[in-house]
Design a protein around this ligand. Structure first.
Ligand code: THU
Length: 161
């Protein structure tokens, strides 16, 4: 029997320690929370994506009275980016979340499983790692790829082994 020991590298820093480019993306994600539609959870999530052409796309969670019909900020944003720029790779995504009073989470807001799955597909589609920035007031996590968020994930290669 063999054992696979997987490790995930996560850089931990705070806003002041971020580069100007990361600060800009975090600010876009934070500002996108203001446009979220989250009357059921009151959990307002914003995401901002930097594309390889320099364009920044932002989005937020969109809820629905039929709860499962709503969609997370990460998927709203990445699908919008891919819909507008199908030939442009996603370089970085930043995510931030706050309550209805605009108070941001102390800890990094981490994507749900469904969003990890979608980000992994986008990463594979453009054959380029997506840097993931998860914002929290006290600390920020930076992962080097979507694969780091979803190791041993299901992808196209799983279908046709
Ligand atoms: N949500 C996101 O938009 N992204 C996440 O990473 C976690 C959860 C949304 C879904 C729902 O609208 C609300 O936050 C509460 O789960």
């Amino acid at each position: 029997m063999e054992s696979l020991n997987l490790t995930t590298k996560i850089l931990v820093y705070n806003y002041e320690e971020s580069t100007e480019a990361i600060k800009k993306l975090i600010n876009e994600a934070k500002s996108a929370t203001k446009r979220a539609y989250a009357p059921y959870s009151n959990f307002h999530v914003g995401a901002a994506i930097l594309l390889s052409n320099g364009e920044i796309i932002s989005g937020n969670n969109q809820e629905n009275a039929a709860y499962p019909s709503g969609l997370c900020a990460e998927r709203v944003t990445v699908f919008h980016a891919n819909a507008q720029y199908p030939d442009v790779a996603v370089e970085t995504i930043a995510v931030a979340a706050c309550n209805s009073e605009g108070e941001f989470t102390a800890n990094p807001c981490s994507p749900c499983g469904g969003c990890r799955q979608v980000l992994l597909e986008v990463e594979n589609r453009y054959n380029r790692p997506i840097k993931v920035i998860l914002y929290g007031e006290n600390k920020i996590y930076e992962l080097e790829s979507a694969k780091a968020l979803l190791p041993v994930g299901f992808g196209a290669d799983s279908l046709f082994d």
